[in-house]
Design a protein around this ligand. Sequence first.
Ligand SMILES: [Zn+2]
Ligand SMILES: [Zn+2]
Length: 181
Amino acid sequence: MEDKVLKKFQTVKNEAFKDFESLGHSKKFIDIEYLAAKIAEGNLISLKDFIWHFYNKSILIFSRDFQKQAYNYWSMAVFDFRHEKKERVSKMKELSINARILDFQSKTSTINDYEVVINVSDNSCGVCLADRSKIYEVSKFLTEYTLPHRNCTCKGIGCTCMLSFVPKKNADGSFILNLDD
Ligand SMILES: [Zn+2]
Ligand SMILES: [Zn+2]
């Protein structure tokens, strides 16, 4: 087998395994799953199938942890962008954003005391930048708003805008919500 093929195989594998670990899976668990898949060294297509399968299994393992689901889905978007046909990038980003919202909802009983802020990075396209630091009512955001931005023309992986939930402030700038409660 060509060195180039093997090298590519190893690079994709190492990159994915490192990401699996950063998501919280033990090296032992990853190795067991990998060996069970019986992938021939250098078979890049089988390797990519395994990686996608692992990410999906990981979502099931994190079925009660929306924060980890959010990271997991974002990893899937990046993987699809880097190594597959980029057809699932937008869907995976959307699932990641949804998981972030679910994470917030599951941890907060008083969501109406919060607002949504859109975080947009400096080198984003005009569509994304137009939303920079805008503040949305949570209820309005949940029913009307969609991330990633639909008409985004950012280069590379596209829209990387994120949302964060911030406590509302009173007119004098103090927080309505007592965060110590
Ligand atoms: Zn955007
Ligand atoms: Zn954009």
